[in-house]
Design a protein around this ligand. Structure first.
Ligand SMILES: [Zn+2]
Length: 291
């Protein structure tokens, strides 16, 4: 199979959409640890991956966003960290057609780094390295670090995941303020992108928080700062409460209509975050194929 970095030289790739939305549709309860479903309900997780590949995704993410030991420890599950991550990778791999890819999903630990909290960056790097090792054992092709609010933690995750020798892509999540885009910890897109590339990221990007129309300029800023592939996973708009349930405002059609603008702004990989579905990804596939 062609190496993903090679493939990105002349092709825009499509990532999958949200897992949380799909899990809710399949009965996961609020407050349940979704990572545990790779052990409890592997067939459901496999089915979600299959739906995204069938919708036209080139890359799916393992169900391991909260899969670091510090994050799992909050639910007393840290002793199952290796089992969960290895199994999650195996499940995604089992659904992956020839020529497509499985990315090991890595999210924040939930720990704040000193002086804001009690975590050392070295300690977090070790936790990320252990998660990445288990995912690599299960057969992932690359890593995607997502929804980071703090560049320091993103760098720790990058450093840990790079120990496997696989390509690592890293995204922070930004909000749009009157003075520009900022992470919760005050990092700016161009600075963060450059720092991640300097530290060895194969690709950089952004995901979550913002809806697709608000991410076009953000992708442009990242594109102007670096020459590596840029990836973007917008939310399907902000959730509105309808009958006590979160309903997202950008449907597949509205989402897909903005995909060409993201590509024009410099995105090499497009996918979806919160509220996006296999229908969103299928609509994005049709648009990408028509470009
Ligand atoms: Zn999200």
């Amino acid at each position: 199979m062609m190496d993903i970095l090679q493939r990105l030289k002349n092709k825009i790739l499509l990532l999958d959409g949200a897992a949380g939305t799909e899990l809710m549709a399949r009965g996961i309860a609020a407050g349940e640890v979704s990572e545990l479903w790779v052990l409890k309900k592997p067939d459901v997780i496999a089915d979600i991956h299959k739906e995204y590949f069938d919708a036209g995704a080139d890359i799916v993410l393992t169900n391991t966003f909260g899969g670091t030991a510090p994050k799992l420890a909050a639910f007393g599950l840290d002793d199952r960290m290796e089992e969960i991550n290895r199994r999650a990778a195996e499940i995604a791999r089992s659904q992956c057609p020839e020529g497509k890819y499985v990315a090991g999903d890595i999210g924040p630990t939930g720990k704040l780094i000193k002086p804001y909290g009690d975590a050392d960056p070295e300690e977090l790097t070790e936790a990320f390295a252990r998660q990445a090792r288990a995912l690599a054992e299960g057969g992932v092709d690359l890593f995607i670090i997502e929804t980071m609010m703090d560049l320091t933690e993103a760098l720790a995750a990058l450093s840990g995941a790079k120990e496997t020798g696989l390509p690592v892509f890293a995204a922070l999540t930004y909000d749009k303020k009157p003075r520009g885009y900022f992470t919760m910890m005050g990092n700016k897109p161009a600075d963060a992108a450059r720092a991640l590339v300097e530290a060895g990221a194969s690709g950089v990007g952004t995901n979550c928080t913002l809806r697709i129309g608000d991410m076009v300029d953000l992708v442009g800023e990242i594109r102007d700062a670096v020459s590596v592939p840029v990836f973007v996973e917008p939310n399907a708009g902000s959730p509105e409460l309808v009958d006590g349930k979160a309903k997202y405002v950008d449907g597949p059609k509205e989402f897909a209509a903005v995909v060409p603008d993201l590509v024009k702004a410099g995105a090499n990989i497009v996918g979806g975050c919160c509220g996006t579905t296999p229908q969103t990804i299928a609509a994005a596939r049709r648009v990408l194929d028509s470009l």
